[in-house]
Design a protein around this ligand. Structure first.
Ligand code: HDD
Length: 712
């Protein structure tokens, strides 16, 4: 890409509208005037009247009836009665954070979008991560797709990249979205299950709709149970366009790649966490930002020249297909850092309103029929969710660029428009606000003039007809343990389906077309006859293996921000605790000391050590690894403590690294466990080294077959 600096923004026709480019914190400033701080302020009504008594309703006598004239009580309760707004129809459960995006260099060859021109400029962003199926209060760690929606507050207007943590989708055409969502949502008669797809209506739909096969494969993979929001990739899913100052357009697909690596929980852990810490993901995001471990992603694009639109063995407009990274590598554009938690969940995270139709000059849509429908749906949903068409005035949604037009009134209007003319053309207000012609930089938005010459028809393009080849590519690209997880997930989910004909249809008409061995294994687990062959001829893909799809290849290579539990009882070796804490800190990892109770433990040399929590208070599922320091008395106590023993067995079962220091080695016999690549014993620096190496591998996958026998 060229490193040519863009020309300084010239005043457009609407000359007073340009923004001070030195103000990189424009969004913060724009929010500031809406922020309310009650410190040292009197309690007042909404009309500004100071309140003298906030404890008692106005009554006729101390024991008498309440009086209607009590405007203070009435105002308070009326407001309370209307506190709730409709939750999002999908993606209701979410959590958000502020941050910034910064381009690595000028990307002027690719796009004229202002926020991708100047590497010294930070563009404010607000990100909302979400699950899809469950309601606002549902668990974070359920098996589901995760939403990954980013609002870039650019100086040319808001750009919303409303993606997911998976690069494909369940359906090819937006007209099927209500059907899909009705099927995946809880069953209509009893509203079960919350936050999951393991039920009849979901599997009924997807087994009847083969275009869902690829995405369902992703949701049955480890991608659907991410370890944290910080360790998820993100995808714009659809093919978009980028257009440069000369008007040259290219197709692009957006990718977010996490600096912390991409990794997941194991299924048993995810299920337990949904109960033990419903807020596991939002807590992790919140705490990381508070600690200064700012989550970071790289934004990149796969670029396809227009003349290569038809060069693939799938259609670029089909949202159930990826472009394998081995075929078109990712060009990095810049990085996003999340460094500030919201002040108020409702005002920011709940009221933020994304729309894939929010784009800026230099970016444009493709004709992906799923994207085209989305362009309508999001604004429409905000109108009922946020109470009218003025949701762009809510502080979190306001662009940092000015906005002037002839739109007026409606519910919740807060702008006080001056001037008499709310129409165009006008001569009363000297014609303002005026159009800005498109230009190389800073011009008005101009749609890419794609040529269309076609009949109006309701038809799915033939080029969208292959539904299984990329599902197969995904399955074949997985490591052995990932494939086993997929087989287990299909078996688990279909095992919850009551109607046997739905189970059989999924196995025989979907899975058998993806991979016969996969279908046979799932059939066996469900007690169904093994299919002998698929039902359709599946197209051969140009690639039979894409290493970029396997999370086994996507680790960060370090142990930064990983969390280690240190288990101790009275008599513990205090020096070992100190050494481990210091070594972890040096690697950017974190430790918490846990005792049998929340009371301090006494070290072997008589010092009282405060603990961070009891072992029951912070269970093993809250950590990446466990360290047990020596100390004869401590190990003796832990050996007969059911909570401590369960702690270790559970961490073992979840394939975590465990280091047993000094006398802690005796726990191997008590637990009937054997040393492996991640269950390490020792006393010196080699123990630490092996322990950290095991944490860096995320999980001890080789242990998995053995761990199945452990009853934790
Ligand atoms: Fe959607 C919300 C992502 C297809 C209609 N969607 C929503 C959110 C994300 C996505 C991340 C939550 C945004 C937030 O945090 O507020 N949706 C996707 C992706 C899709 C997709 C990646 C396919 C590639 N969505 C899709 C279709 C339709 C919708 C085809 C309708 C035709 N989506 C909505 C919605 C939501 C929504 C009903 C619910 C709340 C909202 O928009 O603001 O309009």
């Amino acid at each position: 890409m060229s490193t040519k600096k863009p020309a300084a923004p010239k005043s457009a026709l609407a000359g007073t509208d340009t923004l001070d480019r030195t103000n990189t914190n424009a969004k913060l400033d724009s929010l500031e005037k809406f922020r309310s701080d009650a410190t040292e302020q009197a309690l007042r009504t909404n009309q500004g009247v100071k309140v003298a008594d906030n404890q008692n309703t106005l009554k006729g006598g101390a024991r008498g009836p309440s009086l209607l004239e009590d405007f203070i009580m009435r105002e308070k309760i009326t407001h309370f009665d209307h506190e709730r707004i409709p939750e999002r129809i999908v993606h209701a459960r979410g959590t958000g954070a502020h941050g910034y995006f910064q381009a690595y260099e000028t990307h002027s060859v690719l796009t004229k979008a202002g926020f991708l021109q100047d590497p010294s400029q930070k563009t404010p962003v607000f990100v909302r991560f979400s699950t899809v199926q469950g309601p606002r209060g549902s668990g974070d760690t359920v098996r589901d797709v995760r939403g990954f929606a980013v609002k870039f507050f650019t100086e040319e207007g808001n750009f919303d990249l409303v993606g997911n943590n998976m690069p494909v989708f369940f359906i090819q055409d937006a007209i099927k979205f209500p059907d899909f969502v009705h099927a995946v949502k809880p069953e209509p008669h009893n509203e079960i299950p919350t936050g999951g797809s393991a039920h009849d209506t979901f599997w009924d739909f997807v087994s009847l709709v083969p275009e869902s096969a690829h995405m369902v494969m992703w949701t049955m993979s480890d991608r659907a149970i991410p370890k944290s929001l910080r360790t998820m990739q993100g995808f714009g899913v659809h093919t978009f366009r980028m257009i440069n100052a000369e008007g040259k357009a290219r197709f692009v697909k957006f990718h977010w790649r996490p600096a912390a690596g991409t990794c997941s929980l194991v299924w048993d852990e995810a299920q337990k966490l949904a109960g033990k810490d419903t807020d596991f993901h939002r807590r992790d995001l919140w705490e990381s930002i508070e600690r200064g471990d700012y989550p970071e992603w790289e934004l990149g694009v796969q670029i396809v020249e227009e003349e290569n639109e038809h060069a693939f063995d799938f259609d670029l407009l089909d949202p159930t297909k990826i472009i394998p990274e081995e075929v078109v590598p990712i060009t990095p554009l810049g990085r996003m850092v999340l460094n500030r938690n919201p002040d108020n969940f409702f005002a920011e995270t709940e009221q933020v309103a994304f729309c894939p139709g929010h784009i800026v000059p230099g970016i444009d849509f493709s004709n992906d029929p799923l994207l085209q429908g989305r362009l309508f749906s999001y604004t429409d949903t905000q109108i009922s969710r946020l109470g009218g068409p003025n949701f762009h005035e809510i502080p979190i949604n306001r662009p940092v660029s000015p906005f002037h037009n002839g739109q007026r009134d409606a519910q919740h209007r807060t702008t006080i428009d001056k001037g008499r003319a709310s129409y165009e053309p006008n001569s009363i207000d000297s014609g303002w606000p005026k159009e800005t012609p498109p230009a190389a930089q800073n011009g008005g938005f101009e749609t890419y003039p794609e040529r269309i010459d076609a009949a109006k028809i309701r038809q799915r393009s033939e080029s969208f007809a292959d539904h299984f080849s990329q599902a197969r590519l995904f399955f074949h690209s997985m490591s052995k343990h990932e494939q086993e997880h997929i087989i287990a997930a299909y078996s688990f989910e279909l095992g919850k389906v009551e109607r046997e004909f739905i189970r059989a249809r999924q196995v025989n008409e979907i899975l058998a077309n993806i991979d016969l061995e996969l279908a046979k294994r799932v059939a066996q687990n469900l007690g169904l006859p093994a299919p002998k062959a698929g039902t359709v001829e599946v197209r051969q893909t140009s690639l039979d293996h894409s290493p970029a799809l396997s999370q086994a290849n996507l680790l960060s290579g370090d142990i930064k921000t990983r969390k280690v539990a240190i288990l101790a009882a009275n008599g513990v070796d205090g020096a070992a605790i100190d050494a481990m804490k210091k070594a972890l800190m040096a690697e950017g990892a974190h430790a918490k000391l846990l005792g049998p109770t929340s009371a301090p433990v006494t070290t072997a040399d008589g010092k009282a050590l405060p603990v961070d929590a009891s072992m029951e208070g912070l269970p093993s599922v809250a950590f990446d690894a466990v360290f047990v320091p020596g100390g004869a008395a401590s190990i003796k106590a832990l050996s007969t403590d059911g909570v401590a023993l369960h702690y270790l067995l559970e961490a073992y079962k979840h394939l975590k690294a465990i280091a047993l220091h000094g006398e802690a080695k005796q726990l191997l016999d008590v637990l009937k466990l054997e040393v492996d690549a991640g269950l390490i014993v020792g006393t010196d620096a080699t123990l630490f080294k092996a322990f950290f190496a095991a944490i860096g591998q995320h999980r001890v996958w080789d242990r998995e077959p053995k761990a199945k026998a452990v009853p934790a």
